[in-house]
Write a protein that binds this ligand. Sequence first.
Ligand SMILES: [Zn+2]
Length: 301
Amino acid sequence: MLLVPVLEEPTDVIIKTTSAALCGSELHRYRGHSKVNMQPGYVCGHEGIGIVHEVGSSVTKYVKGDHVIVPFLSSWLSLSKTEMHYPAGFELTSNRYNGAKRAFEHTPRDQWKGMSIAVICCGPVALCSIISAREYKPARIFAIDSISNRLEAAKRLGCIPLNFKEVDVVAEIKKATDGNGVHAVIEGVGLSPALETAFDIVCPGGKISSFGVHNADLPFSAADCYNRDVHIQFGRCPIRVVFEDALATLIHNKDLVEKMNFIDLVLPGLDESFEDALKRFERGELNKVVFKPNGPETRLD
Ligand SMILES: [Zn+2]
Protein backbone atom coordinates (compact mmCIF):
# COMPACT_ATOMS: atom_id res chain seq x y z
CA MET A 1 0.00 0.00 0.00
CA LEU A 2 1.34 3.40 -0.93
CA LEU A 3 1.26 5.98 1.80
CA VAL A 4 -0.23 9.32 0.91
CA PRO A 5 1.62 11.99 2.87
CA VAL A 6 -0.21 14.62 4.85
CA LEU A 7 1.11 17.76 6.51
CA GLU A 8 1.98 16.87 10.08
CA GLU A 9 3.94 19.93 11.18
CA PRO A 10 3.57 23.58 10.18
CA THR A 11 7.11 23.38 8.77
CA ASP A 12 6.27 20.48 6.43
CA VAL A 13 6.13 20.62 2.66
CA ILE A 14 4.64 17.90 0.48
CA ILE A 15 6.35 17.52 -2.85
CA LYS A 16 4.95 15.74 -5.84
CA THR A 17 7.94 13.88 -7.20
CA THR A 18 8.38 14.20 -10.95
CA SER A 19 11.73 12.39 -11.16
CA ALA A 20 13.64 10.28 -8.70
CA ALA A 21 16.89 8.44 -9.34
CA LEU A 22 18.02 5.00 -8.31
CA CYS A 23 21.13 5.48 -6.20
CA GLY A 24 24.23 3.28 -6.05
CA SER A 25 23.91 3.31 -2.27
CA GLU A 26 20.70 1.35 -2.66
CA LEU A 27 22.70 -1.57 -4.02
CA HIS A 28 24.06 -2.12 -0.51
CA ARG A 29 20.49 -2.62 0.65
CA TYR A 30 19.63 -4.75 -2.36
CA ARG A 31 22.66 -6.97 -1.78
CA GLY A 32 21.91 -7.30 1.91
CA HIS A 33 25.07 -5.50 3.11
CA SER A 34 23.27 -2.82 4.99
CA LYS A 35 21.72 -2.71 8.44
CA VAL A 36 18.43 -1.80 6.75
CA ASN A 37 18.01 -4.07 3.75
CA MET A 38 15.32 -4.08 1.12
CA GLN A 39 12.07 -5.64 2.20
CA PRO A 40 8.77 -5.81 0.33
CA GLY A 41 7.40 -2.29 0.22
CA TYR A 42 10.80 -0.61 0.31
CA VAL A 43 10.71 2.53 -1.83
CA CYS A 44 13.82 3.20 -3.94
CA GLY A 45 14.78 6.61 -5.24
CA HIS A 46 15.77 8.86 -2.34
CA GLU A 47 16.91 11.72 -4.58
CA GLY A 48 14.56 13.56 -6.81
CA ILE A 49 13.07 16.65 -8.27
CA GLY A 50 9.49 17.68 -7.97
CA ILE A 51 6.84 20.30 -7.53
CA VAL A 52 5.65 21.71 -4.24
CA HIS A 53 2.13 20.39 -3.73
CA GLU A 54 1.23 21.66 -0.28
CA VAL A 55 2.99 23.79 2.33
CA GLY A 56 2.61 24.01 6.09
CA SER A 57 1.44 27.25 7.69
CA SER A 58 4.90 28.39 8.79
CA VAL A 59 6.70 27.67 5.52
CA THR A 60 7.73 30.94 3.85
CA LYS A 61 10.44 29.82 1.43
CA TYR A 62 8.25 27.74 -0.87
CA VAL A 63 4.82 28.07 -2.39
CA LYS A 64 2.67 25.57 -4.19
CA GLY A 65 3.93 25.05 -7.72
CA ASP A 66 7.62 25.73 -7.00
CA HIS A 67 10.01 23.38 -8.75
CA VAL A 68 12.50 21.98 -6.26
CA ILE A 69 15.45 19.63 -5.99
CA VAL A 70 15.13 17.26 -3.10
CA PRO A 71 18.32 16.02 -1.48
CA PHE A 72 18.82 12.71 0.24
CA LEU A 73 19.12 14.32 3.66
CA SER A 74 16.77 16.38 5.69
CA SER A 75 18.15 19.82 6.19
CA TRP A 76 19.55 21.33 9.31
CA LEU A 77 19.59 24.90 8.07
CA SER A 78 16.47 26.88 7.32
CA LEU A 79 14.27 23.86 6.77
CA SER A 80 13.53 21.14 9.20
CA LYS A 81 12.29 17.88 7.77
CA THR A 82 10.49 19.50 4.91
CA GLU A 83 12.46 17.86 2.15
CA MET A 84 12.20 14.27 3.17
CA HIS A 85 8.53 13.56 2.96
CA TYR A 86 8.76 12.03 -0.43
CA PRO A 87 11.53 10.06 -2.02
CA ALA A 88 14.02 12.61 -2.20
CA GLY A 89 18.64 16.34 -4.60
CA PHE A 90 19.62 15.12 -7.51
CA GLU A 91 22.80 13.41 -6.57
CA LEU A 92 24.28 14.49 -9.86
CA THR A 93 24.40 17.98 -8.50
CA SER A 94 25.75 17.49 -5.07
CA ASN A 95 26.96 14.51 -3.19
CA ARG A 96 30.16 13.59 -4.94
CA TYR A 97 31.19 17.15 -5.39
CA ASN A 98 31.59 17.08 -1.69
CA GLY A 99 34.03 14.22 -2.01
CA ALA A 100 36.21 16.46 -4.14
CA LYS A 101 35.68 19.49 -1.96
CA ARG A 102 36.73 17.62 1.13
CA ALA A 103 39.71 16.02 -0.56
CA PHE A 104 41.01 19.41 -1.65
CA GLU A 105 40.28 21.60 1.32
CA HIS A 106 43.12 23.04 3.41
CA THR A 107 45.51 22.93 0.46
CA PRO A 108 45.77 26.13 -1.59
CA ARG A 109 44.10 25.75 -4.96
CA ASP A 110 47.30 26.59 -6.85
CA GLN A 111 49.18 23.83 -5.14
CA TRP A 112 47.03 21.15 -6.72
CA LYS A 113 48.38 21.97 -10.14
CA GLY A 114 51.34 19.62 -9.79
CA MET A 115 49.57 16.95 -7.82
CA SER A 116 48.00 13.61 -8.61
CA ILE A 117 44.67 12.38 -7.43
CA ALA A 118 42.68 9.19 -7.81
CA VAL A 119 38.96 8.58 -7.89
CA ILE A 120 37.83 5.08 -7.00
CA CYS A 121 34.48 4.48 -8.72
CA CYS A 122 33.34 6.02 -12.00
CA GLY A 123 29.59 5.97 -11.56
CA PRO A 124 27.59 9.08 -12.50
CA VAL A 125 28.13 10.89 -9.26
CA ALA A 126 31.83 9.97 -9.11
CA LEU A 127 32.11 11.44 -12.62
CA CYS A 128 30.62 14.64 -11.18
CA SER A 129 33.30 14.50 -8.54
CA ILE A 130 35.91 14.22 -11.32
CA ILE A 131 34.38 17.26 -13.02
CA SER A 132 34.72 19.12 -9.73
CA ALA A 133 38.26 17.83 -9.18
CA ARG A 134 39.26 19.19 -12.60
CA GLU A 135 38.46 22.68 -11.32
CA TYR A 136 41.52 22.36 -9.06
CA LYS A 137 43.64 21.53 -12.11
CA PRO A 138 45.60 18.60 -10.69
CA ALA A 139 48.39 17.26 -12.90
CA ARG A 140 46.77 13.84 -13.17
CA ILE A 141 43.56 12.13 -12.20
CA PHE A 142 43.55 8.34 -12.08
CA ALA A 143 40.07 6.85 -12.45
CA ILE A 144 39.53 3.35 -11.08
CA ASP A 145 36.59 1.09 -11.89
CA SER A 146 35.95 -2.23 -13.63
CA ILE A 147 33.14 -1.22 -16.00
CA SER A 148 34.47 -0.21 -19.38
CA ASN A 149 31.87 2.40 -20.34
CA ARG A 150 32.40 4.19 -17.05
CA LEU A 151 36.16 4.14 -17.54
CA GLU A 152 35.69 5.49 -21.05
CA ALA A 153 33.61 8.35 -19.65
CA ALA A 154 36.37 9.12 -17.14
CA LYS A 155 38.90 9.04 -19.95
CA ARG A 156 36.82 11.57 -21.89
CA LEU A 157 37.13 13.80 -18.83
CA GLY A 158 40.91 13.57 -19.14
CA CYS A 159 41.50 10.89 -16.51
CA ILE A 160 43.92 7.99 -16.73
CA PRO A 161 41.57 4.96 -16.60
CA LEU A 162 42.60 1.91 -14.59
CA ASN A 163 40.50 -1.26 -14.67
CA PHE A 164 41.13 -3.02 -11.38
CA LYS A 165 40.11 -6.36 -12.87
CA GLU A 166 42.79 -6.06 -15.53
CA VAL A 167 45.70 -4.29 -13.89
CA ASP A 168 47.33 -4.05 -10.49
CA VAL A 169 46.05 -0.57 -9.67
CA VAL A 170 48.37 -0.03 -6.72
CA ALA A 171 51.43 -1.04 -8.74
CA GLU A 172 50.40 1.11 -11.71
CA ILE A 173 49.86 4.21 -9.60
CA LYS A 174 53.06 3.69 -7.63
CA LYS A 175 54.96 3.29 -10.90
CA ALA A 176 53.44 6.47 -12.33
CA THR A 177 54.16 8.52 -9.19
CA ASP A 178 57.79 7.46 -8.56
CA GLY A 179 56.61 5.16 -5.80
CA ASN A 180 54.93 7.94 -3.82
CA GLY A 181 51.24 7.44 -4.48
CA VAL A 182 48.67 10.13 -5.07
CA HIS A 183 48.06 13.24 -2.98
CA ALA A 184 44.33 12.71 -2.65
CA VAL A 185 41.93 9.85 -3.13
CA ILE A 186 38.18 10.18 -3.55
CA GLU A 187 36.54 6.87 -2.71
CA GLY A 188 32.95 6.36 -3.74
CA VAL A 189 32.39 2.62 -3.69
CA GLY A 190 31.59 2.06 -0.04
CA LEU A 191 33.23 -1.36 0.22
CA SER A 192 36.29 -2.25 2.28
CA PRO A 193 38.45 -3.39 -0.68
CA ALA A 194 37.99 0.06 -2.26
CA LEU A 195 38.99 1.74 0.97
CA GLU A 196 41.99 -0.55 1.24
CA THR A 197 43.02 0.45 -2.28
CA ALA A 198 42.58 4.11 -1.30
CA PHE A 199 44.92 3.59 1.62
CA ASP A 200 47.45 1.69 -0.50
CA ILE A 201 47.66 4.42 -3.15
CA VAL A 202 47.65 7.55 -1.01
CA CYS A 203 51.04 9.17 -0.41
CA PRO A 204 52.31 9.89 3.12
CA GLY A 205 50.51 13.00 4.35
CA GLY A 206 47.86 12.57 1.66
CA LYS A 207 44.11 12.73 1.95
CA ILE A 208 41.34 10.21 1.53
CA SER A 209 37.82 11.52 1.15
CA SER A 210 35.35 8.67 1.34
CA PHE A 211 31.73 9.25 0.43
CA GLY A 212 30.84 5.66 -0.37
CA VAL A 213 28.22 4.25 1.96
CA HIS A 214 30.17 1.89 4.20
CA ASN A 215 28.71 -0.93 6.23
CA ALA A 216 31.83 -2.78 7.37
CA ASP A 217 34.96 -2.24 9.46
CA LEU A 218 37.99 -0.26 8.40
CA PRO A 219 40.50 -2.36 6.44
CA PHE A 220 43.43 -0.59 8.13
CA SER A 221 44.43 0.17 11.68
CA ALA A 222 45.01 3.35 13.67
CA ALA A 223 48.71 2.46 13.59
CA ASP A 224 48.60 2.26 9.80
CA CYS A 225 47.07 5.74 9.70
CA TYR A 226 49.59 7.10 12.17
CA ASN A 227 52.50 5.73 10.20
CA ARG A 228 51.17 7.05 6.89
CA ASP A 229 50.23 10.44 8.38
CA VAL A 230 47.08 10.16 6.39
CA HIS A 231 44.07 12.50 6.56
CA ILE A 232 40.79 10.68 6.25
CA GLN A 233 37.34 12.16 5.89
CA PHE A 234 34.20 10.06 5.90
CA GLY A 235 30.55 10.59 5.68
CA ARG A 236 27.60 11.76 3.75
CA CYS A 237 27.51 15.16 2.23
CA PRO A 238 26.22 18.15 4.23
CA ILE A 239 24.25 18.81 1.12
CA ARG A 240 22.73 22.20 1.73
CA VAL A 241 26.10 23.65 2.69
CA VAL A 242 27.75 22.72 -0.61
CA PHE A 243 24.75 22.71 -2.86
CA GLU A 244 25.10 26.16 -4.44
CA ASP A 245 28.82 25.69 -5.13
CA ALA A 246 28.18 22.23 -6.52
CA LEU A 247 25.41 23.37 -8.79
CA ALA A 248 27.51 26.33 -10.00
CA THR A 249 30.39 23.94 -10.79
CA LEU A 250 28.16 21.68 -12.83
CA ILE A 251 26.50 24.57 -14.64
CA HIS A 252 29.97 25.93 -15.42
CA ASN A 253 30.76 22.50 -16.88
CA LYS A 254 27.39 21.95 -18.50
CA ASP A 255 28.92 20.77 -21.77
CA LEU A 256 30.88 18.06 -19.97
CA VAL A 257 27.88 16.98 -17.93
CA GLU A 258 25.79 16.64 -21.06
CA LYS A 259 28.51 14.66 -22.79
CA MET A 260 28.51 12.17 -19.94
CA ASN A 261 24.99 11.09 -20.87
CA PHE A 262 24.41 9.72 -17.38
CA ILE A 263 20.82 8.59 -17.64
CA ASP A 264 20.31 5.40 -19.57
CA LEU A 265 16.87 4.29 -18.49
CA VAL A 266 13.72 6.20 -17.63
CA LEU A 267 10.84 4.29 -16.04
CA PRO A 268 7.30 5.42 -15.35
CA GLY A 269 7.39 4.41 -11.73
CA LEU A 270 7.17 1.51 -9.40
CA ASP A 271 5.95 -1.32 -11.54
CA GLU A 272 7.47 -4.67 -12.42
CA SER A 273 9.91 -3.05 -14.90
CA PHE A 274 11.70 -1.70 -11.87
CA GLU A 275 12.85 -5.11 -10.68
CA ASP A 276 14.59 -5.80 -13.96
CA ALA A 277 16.17 -2.33 -13.85
CA LEU A 278 17.48 -2.97 -10.36
CA LYS A 279 19.02 -6.26 -11.46
CA ARG A 280 20.67 -4.61 -14.46
CA PHE A 281 21.88 -1.76 -12.24
CA GLU A 282 23.31 -4.33 -9.83
CA ARG A 283 25.20 -5.98 -12.68
CA GLY A 284 26.64 -2.62 -13.74
CA GLU A 285 24.75 -2.61 -17.04
CA LEU A 286 22.99 0.64 -16.21
CA ASN A 287 24.51 3.79 -14.79
CA LYS A 288 21.51 5.84 -13.79
CA VAL A 289 17.89 4.84 -13.69
CA VAL A 290 15.35 7.63 -13.37
CA PHE A 291 11.72 7.21 -12.33
CA LYS A 292 9.07 9.60 -13.53
CA PRO A 293 6.08 8.50 -11.48
CA ASN A 294 4.02 11.62 -12.10
CA GLY A 295 4.84 12.26 -15.71
CA PRO A 296 6.90 15.09 -17.15
CA GLU A 297 7.92 18.12 -15.12
CA THR A 298 4.96 20.29 -15.96
CA ARG A 299 3.52 22.80 -13.57
CA LEU A 300 0.63 21.31 -11.61
CA ASP A 301 -2.39 23.22 -10.38
ZN1 LIG B 1 21.77 8.34 -2.79
